[in-house]
Design a protein around this ligand. Structure first.
Ligand code: TRP
Length: 338
């Protein structure tokens, strides 16, 4: 395929919502793995500000949140030369391709999306067309870059499936235009659960006390961990089914230190939950504090952030443009003459 011969590396695309605080779960499950991918793959990380508009946003807040998200990405160590980090809305082709793909997507399949059902129940006063067509914009994000692999959690699996269905439908009509994307399952990865309801995934859209934000200050981290739900048995034993709370704290420690569960248990079992929670807090703080310092440095450097933003936009646009030329031609839109 034309776009693929440009690079021998496989391409990875991920979209990140700019709203809400990125959490320790995002760091452990996504961000720090992204750093490990940057040499082996050709990676694009899009801050999906158009998707954010599917629910009402305060404009000034949204603009800040977008920049904050970009700064956190950079502060986590992602190299902006090796990776393309950019704002979705700054590459107009996302919206263009989404429109075209809308015409190849059925109302029926979109109404079966569980995220749409959940979100429309949550925002019953604003069930807009954007919310309905959200998965099509996501399909456009992915297909625009001839993406091979998409790192996603279980909650986005259905969206990747519909992306593949749309791509297949389009390819069947017009020949092989789009690359068929697949889910990327990271080699190392721990699922971080809510501190208050440890059977649910830690989520930035849940209440404050259920998650640790990447930018939470040390005293806040310590307080949230001290208040994390455990059980009454006071044993540091890994058993996610029967002791989800303490097991979650153990796997956070394990993920951040590389230590095994038996090893952690051998050191902390018998010393009480208080001591163990403090030790987990020490670990989390020692990982997040350097990221926060780097974040402060980067956020103060507006010129640098802007240069990353512009270069990301230009590099993403160049790839997107080639895809759009092809798609426009296939569906019969007038050729773009420069
Ligand atoms: N829907 C994703 C989420 O809520 C974000 C997203 C948008 C995305 N476009 C994407 C993820 C493309 C992967 C690929 O998490």
């Amino acid at each position: 395929m034309e776009n693929q011969t440009v690079t021998a590396k496989k391409r990875i695309f991920s979209g990140i919502q700019p709203t809400g605080n990125l959490t320790l779960g995002n760091y452990i499950g996504a961000l720090r793995n992204f750093k490990l991918l940057e040499d082996e793959y050709d990676c694009l990380y899009s801050i999906v500000d158009l998707h954010a508009l599917t629910v009402r946003q305060n404009p000034a807040e949204l603009r800040k949140a977008c920049l904050r998200t970009m700064a956190i990405f950079l502060a986590s160590g992602l190299d902006p030369e090796k990776n393309i980090i950019y704002f979705q809305s700054q590459v107009a082709a996302h919206a263009e391709l989404a429109w075209i793909l809308d015409c190849f997507t059925y109302m029926g399949e979109l109404s079966r999306m569980t995220q749409f059902k959940d979100k429309s129940a949550k925002h019953a006063d604003n069930i807009n067309c954007g919310l309905f067509a959200y998965p099509v914009l996501m399909a456009a994000d992915i297909l625009l870059y001839m993406t091979d692999l998409v790192p996603i959690g279980a909650d986005q699996k259905q969206h990747l499936e519909i992306t593949r269905d749309i791509a297949e439908r389009f390819n069947a009509l017009y020949g092989d235009v789009f690359v068929m994307p697949e889910a990327y399952i990271p080699k190392v990865g721990a699922r971080v659960m809510s501190l208050q309801e440890p059977t649910r995934k830690m989520s930035k859209s849940d209440p404050e006390e259920t998650y640790i934000a990447i930018l939470d200050k040390p005293d806040v981290i310590r307080r949230k961990l001290r208040r994390a739900v455990t059980d009454s048995e006071n044993r540091v034993l890994f058993d996610p089914e029967n002791r989800p709370g303490v097991s979650n704290l153990m796997s956070i420690m394990g993920a951040l230190t590389g230590r095994g569960m038996d090893d952690i248990s051998a050191e902390y079992d018998g010393r009480g939950y208080g001591a163990f929670k403090d030790a987990v807090a020490d670990c989390v703080i020692s990982v997040l504090e350097p990221i926060q310092n780097e974040y402060d440095r980067i956020s103060a450097d507006k010129a640098y952030l802007e240069s990353v933003m512009v270069s990301g936009r230009e590099r993403a646009s160049a790839i997107a443009y080639r895809t759009m030329l092809k798609v426009r031609k296939k569906v019969g839109l007038a050729a773009l003459k420069l």
